[in-house]
Design a protein around this ligand. Sequence first.
Ligand code: BGC
Length: 273
Amino acid sequence: MVSFTTLIGAGLLATTAMAAPHTHQHSHTQLSQRSPSTKRGAAYNHLSDVQSLHQNGGISWAYDWNMVSSGNLPAGVEFVPMLWGSKMFGDWFSTIPTVLASGASYIMGFNEPDVSAQASMTPADAADSYAKYITPFSGQAKLVTPAVSNAGGPNMGLGWMRQFLDACTHCSMSVLAVHWYGDSADEFKIFVTQAQELAASYGLQETWVTEFALNSAINPGGDVQGSASFLTEVIPWLDSQSGINRYAYFMCADGFLLQGTDLSPSGKAYLSS
Ligand code: BGC
């Protein structure tokens, strides 16, 4: 019988080993499988794309910039609802209780409120709306800040986030969310490190990177080979960062992580890094 410490060392869940000691005949199969990152997610518009991405396992959560998942995600993939912005305020209170009752354990805040073409809100307005729509659910879910872009300056990106955190002092958030688009793995690591430092300085326990990609791969059919090399470098780095709890590459769709229903080169790199 393999010792308990060996199982922990091999990355197996202790509960699996404890709950079914009589199945140790099968432990070879289990030991040969890499345990998938619990951080890796799917940002999707079409549920079938998540099924394609997850064909061999490897993702643990998913979101669709929406309050509802629009169908059943694969087993073991947790849905995270988002309150995208003011366009969803009307349906929010009638929808979110059901989503939480179905097992959602986090709520994501507004999508790029620092960007005029996205949720477009001042930090003060966002703080008011956050306290009104999201904070009431703090007893039922962990709350994620709005997700900002990586634009610079005091009124965008982490500058916007700092103003928002100063205004939303009783909002009961525990996760900071950011997006990143840029040109190199080094730039990515610098920005994500700054985001983690900001989270820590405001007492937020987790940082999530809920959209990220190279600028060369923002559109469908973009630079999938360059993205594959980028992901091969940054995914192990994200997995090694204790302040980063979840991430989702942009995006789980044909022309990005998928080629039709198959994994693209970047999809393979995303899942195997
Ligand atoms: C938009 C979402 C959309 C997603 C993927 C985001 O920039 O805000 O509404 O679903 O892109 O297309």
